[in-house]
Design a protein around this ligand. Structure first.
Ligand code: NAP
Length: 291
């Protein structure tokens, strides 16, 4: 006996081996009894366009796109939602009648996470973003669209920041990471968007080095109690948040953003509200298993 035809969703990235997205999405499909499966496919840059074009026909419902393909995905998409248009980046494709519709759920996922976990609304806020890669670009686009008053982007190579559409258009200032003079006088939100501290375990020398590196990026004292958000998702305290905890008690890691961007993509493919708690639990379980 055969069951219902399963539509498929892929994660296209390079590498994708440790992604927790398959765990989150397959848990969500199972929870709502949706006949779809999600699998991670390692696609080197040279094969990306061919692979994306193969998604235009059945059984594909769509895809997620991750490092290093998000800008190329924006170029290939047949249309874009408002957020993808702003950021110049696509992390989600939806197939519709042979067309690939391009969405960016990273920035909206970040805004949802700030709201849900910290009650933080960017409207009128002063933000500092550390790093100027794809995730920083998505954060800048989302914060600007949500009404941030000023966004300072600090990068070790500020000249590369201008390669990103949103940073070029929406950042108030772009400066050098580690230069205290580049910081604004007042700051409400600090977003860490570099991979520093990503795969290091607390207690190790590498972890201590990463904490020291992050510590040197942040002025010794900041007025008020700003919110620190590390985009790195980990089941233990991140090196950046360890450094940040010397300045503020308002700390958030990247797990909720990860879950929310996945939830938004899930809704685009299925038309249903995402079972966020189940997706969060699946992500934590997968992250813990990968440690
Ligand atoms: P990316 O495009 O490669 O950009 C990385 C940025 O970090 C670049 O500006 C890079 O500077 C900078 N950088 C790298 N190593 C550095 C170092 N040792 N010191 C100072 N700066 C350094 O990566 P991405 O996609 O933006 O991802 C950044 C982080 O965000 C990753 O840890 C990723 O896991 C996380 N992320 C989380 C979510 C989520 O849902 N929570 C979503 C997306 C990304 P150069 O340009 O000078 O190399």
């Amino acid at each position: 006996m055969t069951g219902p035809v399963r539509e498929r969703v892929a994660l296209l990235g390079h590498p994708v081996g440790h992604s927790v997205s398959p765990a989150m999405h397959n848990a969500a499909f199972r929870a709502l009894d949706i006949p779809m499966t999600y699998s991670a496919i390692d696609v080197p840059p040279a094969d990306f366009t061919t692979r994306v074009n193969s998604l235009r026909s059945s059984p594909w419902r769509g895809a997620n796109v991750t490092i290093p393909h998000k800008t190329r995905a924006h170029e290939i998409a047949d249309s874009h939602d408002e957020t993808a248009r702003r950021s110049g980046s696509v992390n989600t494709f939806v197939r519709d009648d042979g067309q690939l519709l391009g969405y960016d759920t990273d920035g909206p996922g970040l805004l949802e996470a700030l709201e849900a976990r910290q009650g933080f609304h960017p409207n009128g806020s002063r933000c500092v973003v550390l790093g100027a890669g794809g995730a920083a670009n998505a954060a800048v686009a989302a914060l600007a669209a949500a009404g941030a008053e000023a966004i300072t982007v600090l990068s070790r190579t500020p000249e590369r920041a201008s390669a990103h559409r949103a940073i070029q258009r929406d950042a108030s200032e772009v400066g050098v990471l580690g230069d205290p003079a580049a910081w604004p006088a007042e700051v409400d939100l600090i977003v860490h968007a570099t991979p520093v501290g990503m795969s290091v375990s607390p207690g190790s020398e590498a972890y201590r080095d990463a904490v020291d590196t992050c510590d040197a990026w942040i002025p010794g004292s900041l007025p008020g109690t700003p919110l620190f958000l590390d985009l790195i998702y980990t089941p233990r305290q991140s090196a950046f948040l360890a450094a940040a905890s010397r300045r503020s008690e308002r700390l958030e890691d990247g797990l909720e953003m990860l879950v929310r961007q996945a939830g938004l993509a899930f809704s685009l493919w299925t038309g249903k509200a995402a079972p966020l708690e189940g997706m969060r639990n699946a992500a934590i379980q997968a992250l813990t298993a990968h440690r």
